[in-house]
Design a protein around this ligand. Structure first.
Ligand SMILES: *Cc1c(COP(=O)(O)O)cnc(C)c1O
Length: 370
């Protein structure tokens, strides 16, 4: 098998989806599964839908088009505000988009009427995290304008927290969203299909409730489904699997070397990240250590998001190399494969890199090596 590659355990993704869909159904919440970290992988999208996600969420039209080309017909929400330059593609390939600019919604209206289709709009409201969203006091005037636009259906309102400033979704801001939904419904005289409360960071709030919410009926979940973790503290979510993705790369050098670099020092190729060091003098009197070079780097993976295998420590990274120190009894030889855990950032980079092969696994994980 070729390396570097990302191994994808579809059963784990199905398990996580099913578990969250069931738990949230008890709270009256449906799940839109967010595929953006998978580069719009149709293999993963099919698993998400089969496991109970009612729609898919994507932030990029290009990924949506890959899903459509692969024959995925489920409802897809564009979860990033459409670019004006892409409105025709947006109304052609997605049913719904999340919006915060009236000019964009007008352009969607023009594109939809031109193509003879209808497009659903969710109005995003700013609730304090300061990324996308209409200021709450401006919502009534935007609603008034949107409901007049031909080709456009106002299908919901929503919010996104945690991504920009780490603002945590809680009873207070979710209550504010529910009140805004109620006032929009009063204003337009019909109920909104979607009150979409947020992303994986909403799970602590949602799962703490004993019954249905008083309005939020939809969440857009990526990280929690794919990695089994809650993004505001990266804690594993009870009952979910955290190992659906493994990054595998191949050893290209394995040698005992001095622990301290020598010669005149300038800057290394890349700034040294937390927990990394280009070298380190041995504290216990060891002057040398076993160092392995792995054929993968920043063009394949975000090194800060890698968890090296047991007995290995990441010393440094450049475009195409990972340098590790190993303390295992039998150090990995040239040609051996090392297996790394990934966080969301490392996953995103691996799925986006043309150098990283995807390997889809069904059933139980292979024994860990190295
Ligand atoms: C990325 C994103 C999501 C999904 O976020 P996760 O933390 O991966 O669950 C949901 N909504 C919007 C608007 C997003 O950009």
């Amino acid at each position: 098998m070729t390396a570097p590659r990302i191994e994808i355990r579809l059963d784990d993704i199905a398990h996580n989806t099913r578990t969250l869909v069931e738990r949230l159904a008890l709270r009256g919440i449906s799940v839109c599964a967010v595929t953006k970290a998978t580069l719009g992988s149709p293999e993963i999208a099919r698993v998400l839908l089969a496991a109970g996600a009612t729609s898919l969420g994507e932030s990029r039209v290009e990924n949506v088009e890959s899903l459509r080309r692969a024959g995925i017909t489920a409802e897809i929400l564009l979860i990033r505000s459409p670019m004006l330059s892409q409105v025709e593609r947006v109304v052609t390939h997605t049913e719904v988009s999340l919006n915060s600019e009236i000019g964009v919604i007008e352009a969607l209206s023009g594109a939809a009427t031109g193509l003879g289709v209808r497009h659903g709009v969710v109005l995003m409201v700013e609730l304090g995290d300061l990324r996308e969203g209409i200021m709450p006091e401006d919502l009534p005037s935007v609603v008034r304008r949107v409901v007049e636009l031909p080709g456009i259906d106002l299908v919901g309102i929503g919010a996104n927290l945690a991504c920009q400033n780490g603002i945590i979704p809680d009873r207070s801001n979710m209550h504010e969203l529910e009140c805004l939904a109620t006032s929009v419904e009063r204003q337009i005289g019909t109920t909104l299909r979607l009150v979409t409360g947020g992303n994986s960071a909403n799970l602590d709030w949602a799962l703490a409730m004993s019954g249905a919410t008083s309005g939020v009926n939809h969440l857009r979940l990526g990280e929690s489904i794919l990695l089994g973790r809650e993004p505001t503290n990266r804690a594993a979510i009870d009952g979910l699997r955290t190992g659906a993705f493994t990054f595998v790369a191949e050893v290209i050098e394995s040698k005992e070397k001095p622990r301290t670099a020598w010669g005149t020092r300038g800057q290394p190729a890349f700034a040294v990240g937390p927990g990394e060091g280009t070298d380190h003098p041995g504290s216990e009197g060891h002057r040398t250590s076993r160092r392995v070079l792995v054929a993968a780097g920043r063009q394949d993976i975000d090194p800060a998001g890698l968890t090296p295998p047991a007995g290995h420590r990441l010393l440094g990274t450049s475009s195409d190399h990972l340098v590790l120190e190993t303390s295992t009894g039998t150090p990995p030889e040239v040609g051996a494969e090392l297996r790394f855990g990934v966080d969301y950032s490392a996953l995103l980079r691996a799925m986006t890199s043309p150098f990283v092969e995807r390997s889809f696994l069904h059933g139980s994980p292979p024994r860990s090596q190295g």
